[in-house]
Design a protein around this ligand. Structure first.
Ligand SMILES: [Zn+2]
Length: 192
């Protein structure tokens, strides 16, 4: 397996893992809200009002706890997973964040001074490049290397932010780069 292929596999794994986690989180949150809503609108709530305030609070919280237990446990599990991933990202951070002057010059020349990201529909942006951007975000362990350098206009740079790029964007960028510079690998993530 070549270096480029291994990054491609790595990106696919990371991207889809995090998409799944995000989706599970959204589902768990909806489940939690649904459980709380159903609990407070259930006819049982109206019936407990009779006893003392202490008994009422005990009943409500005891019942609520049972109602939200499962989705709450799920959310806690997902938060733990997110925490572990984030700690891994922090450990991988490149001590050098800014690209060197050499890397910027080479990267900009390679892109022919034009933004390499996409404006719309998977087409290359037409703006002039102004920034050197980490293809795989620096904050998530992306290397400050020429391989991970993409030339970007300020608009694309801002839009991309620190999100992990999709495997589709990697594929299109590699294909486009092949047409203007020959085969050049895109993206690099630091090891542990
Ligand atoms: Zn652009």
């Amino acid at each position: 397996m070549t270096v480029g292929q291994s990054f491609r596999f790595e990106l696919r794994r990371i991207y889809w893992t995090r998409q799944c986690l995000r989706m599970l989180f959204a589902l768990s949150a909806a489940w939690l809200f649904g459980a709380v809503y159903l609990f407070f609108t259930s006819p049982r709530i109206g019936e407990i009002g009779a006893g003392t305030i202490g008994a009422f609070i005990r009943e409500v919280f005891g019942g609520l706890w049972v109602a939200i237990g499962a989705p709450a446990a799920f959310i806690v599990m997902l938060l733990v997973a997110a925490f572990v991933l984030r700690r891994g990202d922090l450990r991988r951070r490149d001590p050098q964040r800014r690209f060197t002057r050499y890397q910027r010059r080479e990267g900009m020349t390679r892109a022919k001074g034009r933004c390499e990201l996409e404006s719309r529909y998977g087409k290359r942006c037409t703006q002039a490049a102004e920034h050197g951007d980490h293809f795989y975000p620096w904050s998530k362990g992306g290397a400050t290397s020429l391989r991970n350098f993409v030339a970007a206009c300020s608009q694309c740079n801002r839009r991309k932010g620190a999100r992990i790029p999709s495997p589709g964007l990697l594929r299109r960028l590699e294909r486009r780069r092949a047409s203007y510079v020959g085969a050049v690998l895109v993206g690099e993530r630091r090891g542990r």
